[in-house]
Design a protein around this ligand. Structure first.
Ligand code: ZN
Length: 404
């Protein structure tokens, strides 16, 4: 779908009606009119347009409250698609998803520190192109590209201002992608996109305030308050990976010492595990890695821990403790209703979740704070890519959600 034609959906009443059908469908026209306080003729004429445009369709008839049975409406979720990009420090993942978050196809490209701005843009262009080529019949149904970029993002301009893990500055992602593709592009920080995706597709819709923590090669947090993403004055809110935990700790990619990221990210875990294996410890992990410390990945550490390797278990436990300390700090500042954890490290499930909960229980100030709901994202490693998809969907369904 061409960039301009996306605009037709973006009128306020259309968005409100679409969102009502999305969240409450199957629903009748009369019920929509009642719930959102528009007149029945207004609802009918907008619904007619939405049906013509293919985004809404009629489903089975509902139950009658006397008189004719009403026709129910639902979102025609496979009529339109969005490309979601999870641009992390080590890989860029591209997904093609329908309006309900169903992933139709995905592509992954590795990236390395030392990549230039041009090479990075090329990686994005090429990945999108590959996805479109693989799904040619759907190309006309794509309504846009959402990009979840790690690091600090200038949201309005769609610029990656600073991505410390790749040492990239001022990459005009939106402008460059819109130059090549005739789709609307939205760019957001990865953890904030993840928070949006969690609220949109995960199990956190309707939660009053939610903090989504993305722990992978880096660590970031996205905050939703009253259904809206919180950005802060200069789009910096949520850079929790660079919260200092140890004044004399290891040097971080950002230049400071002892950031949370230096002790609790995927690479930090791997580094610790490699050191142990080199010292002749973590025998179970060493054998899984074929005796080669450089082969150790987060996945292998988890497997070794599951198989009973005590040193691997300790690594995950220690990581959970550090994350728990970071989260306790955040609970004391923000006091969210719920915290959701996604990203690669969250694949360790309870091995990481239990020490996190334990640490918060031990350290939080009040009984309520100790009981803050903490869960692993049901979207797991797709949480960020689906968050990128949700960036475009908020444009369509709920323009206020992404605009704080
Ligand atoms: Zn840092």
């Amino acid at each position: 779908m061409q960039r301009g034609s996306f605009q037709w959906m973006k009128t306020l009443n259309k968005s409100i009606i679409l969102n009502k059908i999305r969240t409450s469908g199957p629903i009748s026209r009369a019920q929509i009119a009642k719930d959102i306080q528009l007149t029945p003729p207004t609802v009918s004429s907008i619904v007619k347009e939405l049906i013509q445009q293919g985004i809404v369709r009629e489903s089975a008839q509902g139950t009658s409250q006397g008189g004719r049975k009403p026709t129910m409406l639902i979102i025609n979720s496979t009529e339109f698609y969005v490309i979601g990009i999870d641009a992390g420090p080590r890989t860029v993942k591209f997904v093609l998803a329908d309006l309900s978050g169903g992933i139709k196809d995905e592509q992954i490209t590795p990236v390395n520190r030392g990549i230039t701005t041009q090479q990075f843009i090329h990686t994005l262009n090429e990945g999108v192109q590959r996805l479109i080529s693989a799904q040619k019949p759907l190309a006309d149904k794509i309504v846009g590209i959402g990009v979840a970029m790690h690091g600090v993002v200038k949201v309005e301009e769609g610029i990656s201002e600073f991505a410390p893990n790749l040492d990239l500055h001022d990459v005009a992602i939106k402008r460059e992608l819109e130059k090549v593709f005739d789709y609307e592009v939205k760019v957001e920080n990865d953890a904030r996109a993840m928070a949006l995706g969690e609220a949109w597709f995960g199990s956190s819709s309707g939660v009053k305030s939610m903090l989504a923590l993305n722990i992978g090669s880096g660590i970031g947090a996205g905050l939703m308050i009253d259904g809206k993403l919180f950005h802060g004055e200069y789009d910096l809110a949520g850079e929790i990976g660079h919260m200092t935990l140890d004044l004399h700790g290891e040097r971080c990619t950002c230049g400071n010492k002892g950031c949370l990221q230096t002790v609790a990210s995927g690479p930090a875990l791997e580094k610790r595990a490699r050191r142990l294996v080199k010292e002749g410890k973590a025998a179970g992990l060493a054998s899984l890695a074929g005796g080669k410390p450089e082969q150790i990945t987060g996945e292998l550490i988890y497997q070794a821990a599951v198989q009973g390797d005590e040193d691997s278990k300790s690594i995950l436990e220690e990581t959970g403790t550090y994350i728990g300390i970071g989260l306790t700090n955040l609970i004391h500042i923000i006091n969210p209703s719920k915290i959701v954890i996604g990203g690669g490290v969250s694949n360790a499930g309870d091995m990481i979740l239990l020490p996190i909960k334990h640490t918060i229980e031990e350290r939080a100030l009040t009984a309520e704070a100790k009981q803050t709901e903490i869960a692993i994202s049901p979207l797991k490693e797709n949480a960020t890519a689906l968050g990128a998809v949700a960036l475009m969907l908020t444009e369509l369904f709920d323009p206020m959600a992404a605009n704080v």
